[in-house]
Design a protein around this ligand. Structure first.
Ligand SMILES: [Zn+2]
Length: 298
């Protein structure tokens, strides 16, 4: 990529950083990407699996086809970086770097459009909803690879901290699978100053899980070991007004695993009480039978 394409990609990245959406709500980014690709001479098809789009370019006679893929969604985070190109969309931020992914693929679109030696077909796939894990599935279900057959698909994810110009890869999986689940704990709430009414508050079991407002360290199974334990991340339990002991607490958790072995060792779907060990062993003063773990994603 020449300095010209590099400069354009940097400019596009900063523009895209200012207009983040989340999940499938990425219309601003999708419109910008579609417009840019059209201006560069690519044929654009929009509305695939919701807000997904594909830009295609064919040159010469070679029947080989490849695809380059980028994700378009940001995270539900309020940006407070203070950078001149900070998010203009309240409550959304490109904190995972998908703005960079789009800019890189647009940079490739710019370079390929001017490459007279290029012979074949390239599809650029821009997918929504990478974070919840449903965007690629939606595009494929909408006929992505029937409408745009391709021999190979290339994608990447940025990793902040690597020296510029380096690409790290290896055979096998690189990114962790994500399973989300929620732990709901119920008890008997009441006024904090009235002991008889707060005999079984749900905050009792939460003492062995992270205190409100503090998350545990995120542990991600390294890619290589086959028997790494599943990792989990919990959010704070439900909050309640001052001096009121709540009747329910909720933990939203993520199990991140990098092998099928570790993934299968994560708790199985259950609507039955959690098995031991868990955050609320029998004997603690709360309504243990109402502790449930709902696995939300297969
Ligand atoms: Zn990401």
């Amino acid at each position: 990529m020449t300095a010209e394409h590099h400069g354009l990609a940097a400019e596009w990245r900063r523009h895209l950083h200012q207009i983040p959406g989340t999940e499938f709500e990425v219309a601003e980014a999708a419109d910008f990407v579609a417009r840019t690709c059209t201006d560069l001479g690519w044929e654009v098809t929009t509305g695939i699996g919701g807000s997904g789009l594909v830009a295609s370019l064919t040159r010469g006679t070679n029947s080989r086809t490849i695809a380059l893929r980028a994700d378009m969604d940001g995270l539900s985070i309020e940006e407070r970086t203070g950078v001149p190109y900070a998010s203009k969309n309240h409550g959304a931020m490109h904190a995972c770097g998908h703005d960079g992914h789009m800019a890189m693929v647009l940079g490739a679109a710019s370079a390929l459009a001017k490459d007279i030696a290029f012979d074949g077909t390239v599809h650029l796939i821009f997918q929504p909803a990478e974070e919840p894990g449903t965007g690629a599935e939606a595009m494929i279900a909408d006929g992505l690879f029937d409408r745009f057959p391709t021999d190979e698909v290339y994608g990447l994810h940025n990793i902040p901290g690597l020296p510029a110009g380096e690409i790290h890869t290896r055979p096998g999986p690189l990114m962790a699978a994500e399973d989300n689940f929620e732990i709901r704990i119920t008890g008997r709430g009441g006024h904090a100053s009235a002991p008889p009414q707060r005999r079984r508050p749900p905050s009792v079991p939460t003492r062995s899980t992270p205190p409100a407002g503090r998350s545990p360290p995120v542990r991600t199974s390294p890619p290589t070991p086959a028997r790494s334990p599943p990792a989990s991340h919990s959010s704070a339990p439900a909050r309640s007004p001052k001096a009121v002991r709540p009747t329910a607490a909720r933990h939203r958790c993520t199990a991140a695993t990098s092998t099928s072995t570790t993934r299968s060792s994560a708790p199985e779907s259950t609507s039955s009480p959690l098995s031991s060990p868990h955050a609320c062993p029998k004997g603690t003063d709360h309504d243990h039978d109402n502790c449930h773990l709902d696995r939300q994603q297969p």
